[in-house]
Design a protein around this ligand. Structure first.
Ligand SMILES: Cc1cc2nc3c(=O)[nH]c(=O)nc-3n(C[C@H](O)[C@H](O)[C@H](O)COP(=O)(O)OP(=O)(O)OC[C@H]3O[C@@H](n4cnc5c(N)ncnc54)[C@H](O)[C@@H]3O)c2cc1C
Length: 393
């Protein structure tokens, strides 16, 4: 087996690295590395740069803008983006709504929405969860009543990430309340966030940041042409989309970058006059995380290869979600341990000290990443999915 990169792949890496160096704005990069909040302009600005270059949606079919890269090239691209400190490409449009439209959308829906998603003309968000309907998503209550050429939507979504930036929201709504099976009678609607009757209310998380929201729908009119797939069959669409959502939760490239930062800091931090990196217990913890990350990386490559072969992500991607998010949390824990007494939010910040600069964002980051094992379907639910699908329980 040849585990080295081919000369072509090495040249591709160099091309990506050079382009990222020349095109990633220094201020935005700094905000990413300092875990600061990114504005809509930060996110869409980077999206649009990549779109112009033709690199924003490598996994799409070529006729819609995909790159036809090999699995290795896609992996190299993601690795370089992570290492460079690029903002994330927000998944809701490119990685979630688009695969749904490609699979279930009418030709008119594809024509209307895909180029705008590609170019970053609209900011998309996800309207699945409701109060009391998170893990038990099929119990959702937001109603959509059909009246002639439109639906009238009334209800509430919650935890809607970046809804305050949203131009469009894809929503699961109940279109038939008489079905015995709750999964039947749900439909998948695309809703313009500028429609009258929509209110977005912020939820501030324990890190102090505004990332998620409540979204209220009060008799919002949605044209029937915004229904994706058949009426009452939205559950099929919902499940298909969730597979793609979980593919994107591993965050491997970012974890690699952050683990390298931990190592670098641990080499400089001292305990009893010796570098923390020389402490056997710390090394043990660090090495375990590193080995798990390597294993996850290989697993991710296997799934990417399946996707390339045209197989949609199945229950196995729950593995990526579980391990990827646990690793992200472990890294923030190592980071806290490394910073030691510097990881105290009340310390005055000295902009010239690496530790103090890190400190300013470390506690909020540590708190923020607790979310990772909850969103995109909690890790307990992912374990249930694996048990059902793989072990047949
Ligand atoms: C930061 C953040 C961003 C989010 N962004 C979005 C978004 O953009 N759009 C969106 O639609 N949703 C979003 N969500 C919602 C997310 O999908 C839900 O929070 C998640 O599905 C859990 O649902 P819940 O909060 O209702 O908790 P519950 O379902 O009430 O679960 C509570 C606890 O019970 C456990 N549990 C529940 N059922 C079982 C079971 N059968 N077996 C074992 N354990 C179980 C859960 O694992 C969890 O620990 C976001 C959530 C967070 C935290």
């Amino acid at each position: 087996m040849d585990l080295n990169y081919s000369p072509g792949e090495a040249a591709f890496r160099e091309e990506v690295r050079t382009w990222l160096r020349e095109n990633l704005d220094g201020d935005v990069r700094e905000r990413v590395l300092d875990y600061r909040e990114l504005s809509k302009d930060d996110l869409l600005g980077w999206h649009r740069k990549l779109a112009k270059k033709g690199w924003v949606a490598p996994h799409w079919p070529v006729e819609w803008g995909g790159t036809d890269w090999t699995v290795v090239q896609r992996y190299i691209f993601e690795e370089e983006c992570g290492a460079a400190g690029c903002p994330p490409i927000v998944a809701f449009g490119v990685r979630m709504c688009a695969p749904v439209l490609l699979r279930f959308g009418t030709p008119a829906q594809k024509q209307r929405f895909l180029p705008r998603i590609y170019n970053g003309d609209d900011f998309w968000v996800q309207g699945y969860s409701e109060p009391g309907s998170g893990s038990d998503l099929a119990s959702l209550k937001t109603r959509a009543v059909r009246q002639d050429d439109h639906f009238v939507v009334t209800g509430q979504k919650i935890w809607t990430t970046l809804a305050h930036y949203g131009d469009w929201i894809f929503c699961l709504v109940r279109t038939d309340t008489s079905r015995e099976k709750r999964q039947e009678g749900i439909s998948f609607l695309l809703i313009d966030m500028r429609s009258p009757g929509i209110t977005v209310r912020p939820i501030v998380l324990m890190d102090g940041g505004h990332e998620v929201n409540e979204v209220f729908f009060d008799e919002v009119k949605v044209p029937v042409e915004n229904l994706v797939h058949e009426e009452h069959k939205g559950w099929t669409v919902a499940k298909y989309l969730l597979g793609y959502e979980r593919m994107g939760t591993g965050n491997i490239a970012v974890s690699k970058r952050e683990l390298a930062r931990v190592k670098d800091l641990a080499a400089r931090a001292t305990v009893d006059g010796r570098p923390l990196l020389d402490d056997p217990r710390f090394r043990d913890r660090l090495t375990r995380v590193e080995v798990e990350l390597m294993a996850l990386e290989i697993t991710n490559l296997r799934f990417l290869d399946q996707l390339r072969g045209g197989r949609p992500p199945g229950a196995e991607v729950s593995l990526l979600k579980i391990k990827g998010t646990e690793i992200q949390q472990s890294i923030t824990e190592l980071m806290m341990q490394t910073a030691g007494p510097f990881a105290q939010a009340f310390r005055p910040v000295d902009p010239n000290s690496t530790f103090d600069r890190l400190t300013a964002s470390l506690v909020p980051r540590y708190c923020n990443v607790r979310k990772a094992t909850i969103y995109a379907g909690s890790n307990e639910i992912q374990r249930n999915i694996i048990a059902k699908a793989t072990l047949g329980l």
